[in-house]
Design a protein around this ligand. Sequence first.
Ligand code: FAD
Length: 462
Amino acid sequence: MTERFHCVVIGSGPGGYSAAIRCAQRGASTAIIEKGLIGGTCLNCGCIPSKTLLASAHTLLAAKNAAAMGINLTGATPDWPKIQARKDNVVTTFRKGLTGLIQANKVKIFEGRGIVTAPGQIKIESASSETLIQADRIILATGSEPIEIPAFPFDGQTIISSKEALLLKQIPASMVIVGGGVIGCEMACAYAAMGTKVTIVEALTRLIPMEDAWVGQLLARELKKLGIDSLTDQKVTAVEKTGQSAKVVLQSGQTIEAEKILVSVGRRATIDKETVDALGLQMNGKVVAVDKKLRTNVINTYAIGDVVGTTYLAHGAFAEAEVAAINATGGPAEFGDYDLIPRAVYTFPEIASVGKSEETCKAEGLDVSVGRSFFKANGRSAAHNETIGEIRVVKEKSNNKIAGITMVGAMVTELISAARTLIGTKEKITDISFPHPTVSEVLKEAVEDAFGVSLHNPPKAS
Ligand code: FAD
């Protein structure tokens, strides 16, 4: 007899596994189908392995810069096999833990490719078998994959995606990174710290183009200190393979030789054509179209995470999973404001933002003022010799509310959650006590500056 569940989730990345656990916690019989590894992109070839490599890179740089802190340490070098083994160990430990957690919540795991053949009907294809199951509700959480450039497709050896970049057997002598977005810049930091000569080529006029211009400019300046060249407003037109390396040809005619060419120009939703055709699933370009309840156009069928192309962030997928799971188990829930999903980039220095940027506010015709505060004026940052960067707070003049906060500096990806709570407030920040000395005082100072009550910023020329 065909097994039947109340909820079936396809894909076990952050969107899928969290939706499945939440459905089960809300009393629904639930199954999850995964064709690859439990944990999806985030755990296996995204957030976690990249942050683990970046943590090793950060430690290496700290060791190399130890003399500035009065510590004599010479000869710090990377042990790449150990760095890779540590990363693999973190990933496998978390994957085991997550698998156990899913099972402990009584969610049944099916291995194989899940294809929806009709509303509520799913076929699971694996190497050895084909299984049919039924569902009252289906949540599509099939994620995304790296976009390939047709003129120079991935070969897995020389022209690689972020997936292979996390698995390299040796530290390459040189790397050209096509695309100066989040993944490209993070990989640039990890490999430059290890000693690779990195060149980033970005078609737009700045790195991290989704943030305000000052962010990309500051980052390019800091990356230069790591030996990374950032070529902005430049397109790669061809990659000519030459034995073990390749020659990258830019539109300007300039050529760059490199051992590895990492193409990181964005990600594309993964959705099986069979499922789209069988359901008549409405697409919004290349992503699955959903409403605020994360419902697709097909009855009792939801979609969340990268496959709906909203945030391309793991915590964006978590937030959508929550809404879809509630709706799939009785509801009601609606997704709020995507601007309130914080954005984090784990470069050296880090970047984080939440709410609307200054440029977005101006493009929307909002009259704003901007408060600023600098890490170089912060005692804790000075103590740690991490004085690069600043925080900017954008305040709407019409209602005196904080519209957005952008930060560049050490550990700002940890500070952004505190900043999130300030969006939309006109709270008297002077009433909130921030412990001293902490890096978080820079946030307080920037907010105070936005409200014209800064204590430690020098007086502004009137
Ligand atoms: P995914 O994690 O992509 O999971 C989808 C799963 O569905 C996959 O396991 C896939 O095998 C499975 N699947 C697909 N089709 C089928 C099918 N038919 N049947 C069964 N299974 C199927 N985000 C952050 O928030 N912070 C970060 O620091 C961060 N760093 C990143 C670094 C890198 C290098 C990359 C590539 C991404 C990073 N991301 C980061 C993005 C983050 O990984 C994704 O936004 C997140 O994984 C999306 O989750 P998801 O559940 O939508 O999909």
